[in-house]
Unconditional design. Structure first.
Length: 338
């Protein structure tokens, strides 16, 4: 089952809050986030926001962002002790981060503080109850060793400068993992994540993902990873339903050398060095295929044996005349365009 992304409704620097509209939006299955970009906007309304935090679950959240020329004072958070979903992101600086220890109801936390000073911030006890965590550290080396004590974490997006990355392997209930700008550190710990269904590897640098063995991952995305050139173990992902490979200029070949019975969607975008896509006949459930801006020869590709399940094909070189001819060819063959 693919991860479901909820629609986010942002209420920016409000003077008043429409409780009825907020209730309607939440009951419709959306997320509602009240956000503040400067202390002058939240001075008189945070207590009312906290009342809403107490009433609703983690689909109702609070965000503090920007605060240009200011360091965000985390003591502000003590005015919303019932907050369950909190976002502190797009902030240059923040101080008094130990105030997070006063938030006993946190389920979801996003920390994007460029100059995050506390490299041991994950040691704050109240964070152990988190189900969702998004944390990027650009300056300090963030210590991930505390993940050994996070029994409830289901979704993790982590990146930047980190140490003890393998502690992620202790997160037994992890369903979603995004690794952002993490270079060359080995990925063996992923083999311990038996419930992992969604894996995204974004930016950073590594040549391959050979450390990952047979697994139950259903969605895999590899995007803008510097130096990545080897995807020969892709058939270790036997549960894979959706594969996205994007902006990988060193990758020359993708080959499915044994059957992948679950793969339904394949997207390859802006992989300008990719010349070969082989073994397509071993994808019996593939129905949606997108190949954009690669070095794959269209005629060679379309004349290979393709799965009978394939119904939607997008193939573009971004050369106008060639793409018109390709589009006409795909239409004649009965393929739908995306």
């Amino acid at each position: 089952m693919r991860k479901i992304w909820k629609r986010r409704i942002l209420i920016n620097n409000p003077v008043t809050l429409d409780h009825f509209q907020i209730e309607q939006d939440l009951r419709a299955g959306n997320q509602v986030i009240v956000q503040f970009s400067h202390p002058e906007f939240y001075g008189s309304i945070l207590e009312e926001v906290d009342e809403l935090c107490a009433r609703w679950d983690e689909d109702f959240g609070v965000r503090f962002y920007a605060h240009y020329s200011l360091s965000f004072d985390c003591h502000t958070l003590l005015r919303i002790p019932h907050v369950k979903m909190l976002q502190l992101n797009c902030l240059l600086q923040a101080h008094n981060t130990e105030a997070l220890a006063g938030l006993d109801n946190l389920c979801s936390l996003s920390l994007g503080i460029y100059e995050l000073e506390n490299s041991e911030i994950l040691g704050i006890d109240t964070l152990r109850s988190l189900k969702i965590l998004n944390i990027i550290s650009d300056k300090k080396i963030l210590n991930l060793q505390y993940f050994k004590e996070f029994p409830y974490l289901e979704e993790l997006h982590v990146g930047g400068k980190v140490k003890n990355l393998d502690a992620i392997g202790y997160l037994e209930d992890l369903n979603y993992l995004a690794l952002h700008s993490i270079s060359k550190l080995p990925l063996h710990f992923i083999n311990r994540l038996r419930k992992l269904k969604h894996l995204r590897i974004l930016l950073g640098g590594r040549e391959h993902i050979q450390e990952i063995e047979e697994n139950a991952i259903e969605n895999l995305e590899i995007s803008r990873v510097r130096g990545f050139h080897d995807l020969t173990n892709i058939t270790a992902f036997q549960a894979l339903k959706r594969l996205v490979i994007e902006d990988q200029i060193k990758l020359q070949e993708i080959s499915f050398d044994r059957e992948m019975k679950a793969l339904e969607e394949l997207a390859i975008r802006n992989c300008k060095g990719l010349t070969r896509l082989m073994g397509m006949e071993r994808l019996p459930l593939l129905h949606k295929l997108s190949i954009l801006r690669t070095a794959i020869d269209y005629d060679s590709f379309i004349n290979q044996k393709l799965p009978s399940s394939l119904s939607s094909v997008e193939f573009a070189t971004f050369k106008s005349k060639a793409d018109q001819e390709i589009q006409q060819s795909l239409m004649k063959l009965g393929f739908q365009s995306h």
